[in-house]
Design a protein around this ligand. Sequence first.
Ligand SMILES: Cc1cc2nc3c(=O)[nH]c(=O)nc-3n(C[C@H](O)[C@H](O)[C@H](O)COP(=O)(O)OP(=O)(O)OC[C@H]3O[C@@H](n4cnc5c(N)ncnc54)[C@H](O)[C@@H]3O)c2cc1C
Length: 472
Amino acid sequence: MESIYLHSLNPNPNPNPLSRSTSGPWRSRFAPNLRSSNRLLRIRRPRSLAPPLALQRRSSDHDVVVVGAGIVGLAIARHLLLHCGLSVAVADAGVPCSGATGAGQGYVWMAHKTLGSDAWQLAVRSKQLWEEMADGVAREGLDPQHILGWKKTGSLLIGRSAEELTTLEERVKVFTEAGLRAEYLSSSSLSSMEPALEVGKEGGAAFLPDDCQLDAHQTVSFIEKRNKSFAPEGRYAEFYNDPAIGLLRSDRSGAIEAVQTSEKILYGKKAIVIAAGAWSGSLMRSFDVNAPDVPVKPRKGHLLVLENFNEIKLNHGLMEAGYIDHQVGTSSDSATADSEQTLLSISMTATIDAKGNLVLGSSRQFSGFCREVDESIIKRIWDRAGEFFPTLRTISLDSLRKRQIRIGHRPYMPDGKPVIGPVPGLPNILLATGHEGSGLSLALGTAEMVADMILGNSPVVDCTPFSIRGRF
Ligand SMILES: Cc1cc2nc3c(=O)[nH]c(=O)nc-3n(C[C@H](O)[C@H](O)[C@H](O)COP(=O)(O)OP(=O)(O)OC[C@H]3O[C@@H](n4cnc5c(N)ncnc54)[C@H](O)[C@@H]3O)c2cc1C
């Protein structure tokens, strides 16, 4: 094997939260591995040196290697497995759903997307692909709600000020012109549709009846199971609790030809896709391969899940209008912006998941990869929800027994759109990251785009806006 062994002097300069978290099935295996890898990799090898013999023996060949088993990485693997004959390996530092995906609320909505923005067409296509997946499940005689947590609830984007209502009316107009079903609701129509909600006489909403939601854990489990069904024919392999720590470059072609994980070398004949969510930037930097910087950073989110909560009933998915600014990172007034340093903001989102739990979101803040639960943020999420649902104001947060808190790090990009495509100077490597708060919604469109790039097909959606070239 002729290869240059590119390795990370410090594979974990921006510590992977997975190794720091206080819980998780991967912890016991991942942390020791990383420590021993650190020792191994701190010795800088001459560029022409091949990987250690023991690692060479533990190698496997694939057409495509995907780093990251979040919704984006698994969806890419799925698309390749279903639509061409290539073989795929997926490697993850933890297990599926241990990144942002596991925290996702699950809305696959157009309501808060902006028509004409770079990501609009990707969102439209992706939603169409989600609907096709749900239809496919139904055609197999299965219930998409049971299998994917799929529900076509419609969404309500709620405004409470004159300014917000003007924006919502405008949104409905442009959505309708673009062919989406959308309706502007006055305060009274809104109350009859959502009796638990109170927005005052001045309030109103944009209603998109075709918006849907899924359950991230159920959907990932479904995708993973399907991906695994290609394993017996040698087309699929997965390596979990096994972080990528280096890349191998071919001496002859100069192309990156393999990913080194803590335990294996995974050759990717056609492509290696980095879909490591908020870790993608630090991971690329740690590879020490002279690639353009990917300024993706973790944007922490808290979500409050109340199991079998029967005090209020919701008929649709709800989101306050201020979420739109909140998502792109401007310190809007509807979001309660704190210090400029962390830009903590809270926007009300409320959904009932397929199991009947009330899911209340959500916070956004820049605090590195910390996974600690901040109870003061949960209190603010609860209080914010109480501004919209009066019944909640009568219940103390401390009295809630059956509650779960989900924490995740959204892969935030400063210009508000994902990076999807090849990395200049690194033939064979593609990036698929930076979906911030829309990674579940955009996953299937992203997967199709990446697969088309690998296969040389013309893209269904223009991929130019997502290229990293000349962007930062
Ligand atoms: C509170 C919250 C609510 C959200 N709600 C929604 C929603 O309703 N709708 C929506 O569309 N989006 C939502 N999102 C956003 C969505 O969850 C993310 O955009 C999406 O999950 C990103 O997926 P990903 O696969 O890129 O990243 P991740 O899910 O973070 O996956 C990245 C994977 O890479 C792995 N990894 C890291 N380092 C390495 C390494 N060295 N080697 C191998 N693997 C590595 C990690 O273990 C992880 O499994 C929400 C996010 C949060 C936090």
